[in-house]
Design a protein around this ligand. Structure first.
Ligand code: PGA
Length: 259
């Protein structure tokens, strides 16, 4: 396990106003500044990123984005480059979330575009939170091959030296926006599996350091068990990251986890 825990709040296409974004961010950074062993990252929609920033530096509070273009600039209508995100203070970028990969999605990610985005984020000097996860699972165990394939393709062009700036987020698609998270025991199995694949790609020394997150219906009730039993270094949180009260409790619960 890495000795630093991390909780990433993925706000998706929420909230509806800049005032609400400021309110959630204010509560989150106050809570983050009291943490000892955990970093909190908020990933608002692009127009709210600066609203979530503050002039004062808050310990353990970081800005993230939900995607980034793999182009560096120029004639790419509607896109936002990694360098621009870095320039406004973003330190982490979620890449390849299942909602950007799914058929009909606005962004329309493929393994190739995900791979290109990972590179663009790393080259801009930020950390890439690479999301992988199967759409569904059955007894056949095909989900292992699916996740392995996603990882291999998404990380194909990352030089070993830069692998330290990759964070793995295992998010089974069927557990996102669901009633319940995946069982912590099963999360543990997948956390070990994705580390093993990372080790096959970059070597054991890199795998020792990589942070593995779990995402999918995490809330303040289940966060500590998922961390402890699931043996993950952190969480990628959707809905609960918009509930300022619940998210503050979740951050505290994660900070107190001892493995
Ligand atoms: P959820 O979303 O916590 O609302 O299930 C997680 C995610 O999509 O990252």
């Amino acid at each position: 396990m890495s000795n630093k825990k991390i909780v990433v709040g993925n706000w998706k296409m929420n909230p509806g106003t800049v005032d609400e974004a400021k309110r959630i961010a204010r509560k989150t950074r106050r809570a983050a500044s009291k943490l000892e062993h955990t970093d909190a990252v908020v990933c608002p929609p692009f127009p709210f990123i600066l609203a979530a920033a503050s002039r004062k530096k808050y310990l353990h509070y970081h800005l993230g984005a939900q995607s980034a273009s793999f182009e560096t600039g120029g004639a790419h209508t509607g896109e936002v480059s990694a360098n621009v995100l870095r320039d406004i203070g973003v330190e982490y970028v979620i890449v390849g979330h299942s909602e950007t990969r799914r058929e009909g999605a606005n962004i329309g990610d493929t393994d190739e575009t995900v791979s290109n985005r990972v590179i663009a984020v790393l080259e801009a000097g930020m950390k890439a939170i690479l999301c992988v996860g199967e759409k569904n699972r059955d007894e056949s165990g095909a989900h292992f091959d699916f996740v392995k394939d996603q990882m291999r393709k998404s990380l194909a062009d990352v030089p070993k030296l830069r692998s330290q700036d990759v964070i793995l987020a295992y998010e089974p698609v069927w557990a996102i926006g669901a009633k319940e998270s995946m069982k912590p025991e099963d999360i543990c199995e997948m956390a070990i599996f994705v580390k093993k694949i990372f080790s096959d790609i970059f070597g054991n020394d890199s795998a020792q350091k990589v942070q593995v997150l779990y995402g999918g219906s995490v809330n303040f009730h289940n966060a500590a068990d998922i961390m402890k039993i699931g043996q993950v270094d952190g969480l990628l949180v959707g809905r609960e990251s918009l509930n300022a009260v619940g998210f503050v409790e979740l951050l505290k619960a994660v900070d107190e986890v001892k493995y």
